[in-house]
Design a protein around this ligand. Structure first.
Ligand code: NAD
Length: 479
C-alpha cells in the first residue's frame, strides 16, 4: 500500500486499498502513534492467493480465490467472504484492512481479514457453488488459514447462511472432534450454531447508528434537519442482505423509503415504498423494476442523485465518485456498503457539507453480532438460557412486593407486559444497539476534541488507530 504522507495524492486514480491507506494517513497525525507503529498497523500481514480446479458441467474451470489477514494484533482475525467477478487481490486487501479498523472501533477483539472468490454467484449452479465453497475451505484448512482461534470467516457480498453452513461442514469433516469447531465461521444458520439476529445485524446496526447520529440536535441543525428518523426521506442502493434489512428496519422507525435501486434499475415513490413487499417482488421477478405503484427511474445510478435526507449505498464500492458527487443531493450518506464513496468524491461532498457516516463504523453491526455468535459457540450455550426464567421470577417477586406495599393490584395484562426475561434476540439486539451508540459517541468526541478533523471518517480512523496502538503498547512491542 502506498505511503501518502509526504506526496500529493491523485485522488481520482487511487486503487481501493490505496484509498484505505489514504484515509489512514489523513488520520494518523491526530493519533499518538509513532511512525514505526503506524507502519505496522497499516501493513497487510498475510495474503493467501489460491487457484484450484472445479468440475463445471463437462469442463474443468480454474477458480481464483483469496484470503487476506490484514492484522494479527488480535487473534483470531475476522472478515467476510465475497463472491463476485470483481474480486481481486487489491479489493480483498482493502476490505481486510477496513475490517481491522472496524473491529477496533466497535471493541470487537479481532484482527481484520477478508476472503474473496472470483465467481458470479447469481449465475452459477448451486451444486457448483457448493463444490467451490467446500474446496476453498479445504484450501484454508490446508494452510491453517481458518479456525476458531486463527481466522473466522463470515458472509459478505454474494454469500449468506448457506455458504457458511457449507464452510462449517467442511471444516468439521477435516477437523473432527474439535470441541470449539463451530466457532470457525459465523453467520451460520441458527440450527447450525448461528445466533439469532445475525442475518439482519448489519442493516439493524446501520439503523441504530443513524438513530444515534440523528439524535444530536446541533449536528442536525447544521444539516438543516430535525432530530429523529421519523419522516426522514431515504434512498437505498442494493436490496441484498444489508440494504434490505436497513430499508425494512428504518421504515419501522418512521422513515420513508422513497427509492430503491437494484442491478436491474431503480424504483421511486415519493409517498414511500414497503421494502418487505419490494423484496418479495424482487425474489420472484429477479429485479425491482415494475413494482406496482412505483415509477422507474432512467437508470439505477440515478437513484443516488435523488433529493433525499439519507442516502444508503448498500451494494458495492466506488458508487459515488468525483463524476456523480457534484449532483448528490442527500444531506447524510450512510456507507452501509464498504467503500461506496471514493476519496475524490468525499472531497467534493465534504465541501458541500454532506455528512458521510463511514463504513468502518456504520456497517460494523455484522461483525459485532458475529462476535456474539463466536462467544456463543465457545460457551456452548444459548444467550439467555440460564437467566431468562430466573429474571422473570425476580420481576414477579418485585411486582408482588410493590402490590403488598401499596395495597394496589395490577391487572393480569399489566403483569404480563412487565414480566419479560431476555431471550437471545433481545440480548443480541441490546448488545448491538449499545455498541453502535458508544462507538458513535467515541467518533463524535474525537472529532470535537480535534478541531482540525473536519469529517467523521478521519475521526473514526483516529479512534481506531489509537485503540490498535494501545493494544500494541499493552503487548510491549512498541515503546
Ligand atoms: P448481497 O449480495 O446480499 O446484496 C448486494 C445487492 O446489491 C444485490 O441484491 C445486488 O443485486 C445489488 N447490486 C449490485 N450492484 C448494484 C448496483 N450497481 N446498483 C444497485 N444494486 C446493486 O450483499 P451484502 O451482504 O448486502 O453486501 C453489500 C455491501 O455491504 C458490500 O459492500 C459488503 O461488503 C457490505 N457489508 C456486508 C456485510 C454483511 O453482513 N453481509 C457486513 C458489512 C458490510
Amino acid at each position: 500500500m502506498a505511503d501518502n504522507s509526504d506526496k500529493v495524492v491523485d485522488l481520482k486514480n487511487l486503487s481501493f486499498s490505496d484509498s484505505v491507506s489514504y484515509y489512514f494517513d489523513k488520520a494518523a497525525p491526530f493519533t499518538g502513534a509513532s511512525q514505526g507503529l503506524l507502519g505496522q498497523i497499516k501493513a497487510c500481514n498475510s495474503i493467501y492467493k489460491m487457484n484450484f480446479p472445479v468440475k463445471w458441467g463437462d469442463e474443468v474451470r480454474v477458480i481464483e480465490a483469496y484470503r487476506v489477514q490484514h492484522s494479527h494484533h488480535r487473534m483470531p482475525t475476522k472478515g467476510g467472504i465475497r463472491y463476485s467477478t470483481a474480486v481481486d487481490q487489491d479489493e480483498v486487501m482493502a476490505l481486510a484492512a477496513l475490517m481491522t479498523y472496524k473491529c477496533a472501533i466497535v471493541d470487537v477483539p479481532f484482527g481484520g481479514a477478508k476472503g474473496g472468490i472470483n465467481i458470479a454467484p447469481r449465475n452459477t449452479p448451486v451444486d457448483i457453488l457448493e463444490s467451490v465453497t467446500r474446496r476453498y475451505t479445504a484450501e484454508l484448512v490446508k494452510k491453517n488459514f481458518i479456525g476458531p482461534g486463527i481466522d473466522v470467516p463470515a458472509p459478505d457480498y454474494g454469500t449468506g447462511e448457506r455458504e457458511m453452513a457449507w464452510i462449517l461442514d467442511t471444516y468439521m469433516t477435516l477437523r473432527p472432534g474439535e470441541v470449539d469447531g463451530y466457532a470457525c465461521v459465523t453467520g451460520k444458520p441458527v440450527s447450525q450454531g448461528g445466533v439469532q439476529g445475525r442475518t439482519e445485524a448489519t442493516g439493524r446496526g446501520v439503523v441504530y447508528a443513524l438513530n444515534e447520529v440523528c439524535s444530536h440536535a446541533d449536528d442536525m441543525k447544521d444539516l438543516g434537519l430535525t432530530t429523529g428518523l421519523a419522516g426522514k426521506r431515504v434512498v437505498v442502493q442494493g436490496l441484498g442482505n444489508v440494504g434490505y434489512h436497513t430499508a425494512r428496519i428504518i421504515r419501522e422507525y418512521g422513515a420513508i423509503v422513497i427509492a430503491i435501486a437494484e442491478s436491474d434499475g431503480a424504483i421511486y415513490n415519493e409517498k414511500g415504498l414497503d421494502p418487505v413487499e419490494v423484496h418479495k417482488y424482487k425474489e420472484e421477478k429477479k429485479g425491482v423494476v415494475g413494482f406496482p405503484g412505483s415509477k422507474t427511474l432512467n437508470s439505477s445510478a440515478d437513484a443516488l442523485e435523488l433529493d433525499c435526507d439519507i442516502l444508503v449505498p448498500a451494494a458495492l464500492e466506488k458508487q459515488i465518485t468525483h463524476e456523480n458527487a457534484p449532483r448528490i443531493k442527500a444531506k447524510i450518506i450512510a456507507e452501509a456498503a464498504n467503500g461506496p464513496v471514493t476519496p475524490a468524491a468525499e472531497e467534493i461532498l465534504n465541501k458541500k457539507g454532506v455528512m458521510i457516516i463511514p463504513d468502518i463504523y456504520i456497517n460494523a453491526g455484522g461483525v459485532t453480532v458475529s462476535y456474539f455468535e463466536w462467544l456463543k459457540n465457545l460457551s456452548h450455550v444459548r444467550f439467555g438460557r440460564m437467566e431468562k426464567r430466573f429474571d422473570e421470577q425476580n420481576q414477579r417477586n418485585q411486582i408482588k412486593m410493590v402490590e403488598t406495599l401499596t395495597g394496589q393490584t395490577l391487572s393480569p395484562e399489566h403483569v404480563k407486559q412487565m414480566i419479560h426475561g431476555a431471550d437471545e434476540i433481545d440480548l443480541v439486539n441490546s448488545g448491538l444497539e449499545d455498541t453502535m451508540i458508544k462507538a458513535y459517541q467515541s467518533i463524535r468526541n474525537f472529532k470535537r476534541a480535534h478541531p482540525d478533523v473536519k469529517d467523521l471518517r478521519t475521526a473514526a480512523f483516529g479512534v481506531s488507530i489509537n485503540k490498535i496502538r494501545d493494544s500494541y503498547y499493552a503487548m510491549g512491542i512498541f515503546p
